[in-house]
Design a protein around this ligand. Sequence first.
Ligand SMILES: [Zn+2]
Length: 225
Amino acid sequence: MTAPENFQHELASTLVSRRTILGATAGGVLLGGITLPTAAHAAPAPRCYTRTEWSARPPKSATQVIGKPDHIVIHHTASPNVTDYSLAAAYKVQHWIQDLHMDTNGWIDIGNQLTISRGGFLMEGRSKSLSSINNGQNVLGAQTANNNSHTIGIEHEGIYVSEDVPVALFDMSALTCAWLCTKYGLDPQVAIVGHRDYNTTQCPGDVFYARLPELRDRVSEIVLG
Ligand SMILES: [Zn+2]
């Protein structure tokens, strides 16, 4: 199974632009106790489909904008591992999550700040998430109990208790985490955690959880150049 052609092109252009930016910068910055090149702040934003684009329902009450998070929490949706990798399928799962969180859980809006589909499409979650990230801030989500005030959550479509994560999904997760680490000045080796590190849950599944060290390394590669 492969991601849609246009996705591959977007990913390729993102990587090219990153290299261009990395090649054009010099200097250093202290991050997480180690000195990183200035390029640590240059990882570009991956294409993020906005709430307007996926036709989100409005929140029931105002979103609270808060300061920058210190950790990025990796989740899986525990929904079926669909083989439809289209943008339409991405929008479909995002609506399913929002309806679940608002109608079943009774929350004001979708709980997580970002979602990545099995096809590798990144989407804005809770209202104002994208503008907040771009401003170096966060919105108060509902994704990691007792830790929402200092974390940002990425939902990854699928269930990874025994099956592996699709390549397109893992690749976009790395790009997204790199973007967040540079926006917030976080060390990938410390900042990226699984939901189970905070709460009693199988999330994000044994297989995905076992790949978090690889994800941290991939993100460090992108951030460090
Ligand atoms: Zn979770």
